[in-house]
Design a protein around this ligand. Structure first.
Ligand code: PNS
Length: 171
């Protein structure tokens, strides 16, 4: 068994298109558990994101700047390789509902097979945010629904600027 490292570095990976208050809640709680937390965006243009990786990184930086041990990054390729590059021993993921579990379990087991020294840790979403997803936020906003309280105010402002694009995508 490997000894516990003196500095536990965790990666919180995701698409964050855009970051929601559910993500932010996990970041806040994760920042208290680990010495360093790296919020890392997957570079995957095939998902046709609303915001570019650079825009998503900017949005994340705006909201995590209050946590001194949290930083923002992006990655391509295997998540476990990205973790190894940062000497991270933990992958942090949130579980909102039982429906998340199957996919998360598959990913965690695959990641463990690829690099057994990297542990996936799940945190239960705060119940206040357990129904929020980036996809639903975009859909509701694009259809004229109220999303205040679901995303940070800076993200809401950026969504307003993207409304025409959102409406085209939703059409
Ligand atoms: O926010 P998301 O879209 O649910 O995040 C999914 C993510 C980025 C965690 C996942 O797609 C990922 O880790 N992709 C990197 C590729 C990889 O390592 N695949 C093998 C592990 S299943």
């Amino acid at each position: 068994m490997l000894p516990k490292p003196p500095n536990v570095v965790a990666i919180y990976p995701g698409s964050f298109d855009p970051i929601t208050n559910g993500h932010l809640d996990l970041i806040q709680r994760g920042s208290r558990l680990f010495d360093r937390l790296i919020v890392s965006i997957l570079r995957n243009e095939s998902k046709r994101p609303l915001f570019s990786v650079e825009e998503r990184m900017e949005m994340l930086r705006e909201v995590v700047q209050v946590y001194p041990n949290v930083r923002v990054d992006s990655f391509e390729g295997l998540l476990v390789d990205h973790a190894a590059e940062h000497s991270a021993t933990v992958l942090l993921r949130g579980i909102r509902a039982i429906s998340d579990y199957e996919f998360e379990l598959q990913m965690a087991l695959m990641n463990r097979r690829l690099r057994p020294e990297v542990e996936t840790i799940f945190m239960m979403s705060n119940e206040a945010y357990s129904f929020i997803s980036s996809r639903l936020v975009k859909e509701v906003f694009g259809l004229g629904g109220n999303i205040s309280g679901l995303v940070p105010p800076t993200v809401e402002a950026r969504l307003h600027r993207r409304l025409p694009q959102l409406q085209i995508k939703g059409a």
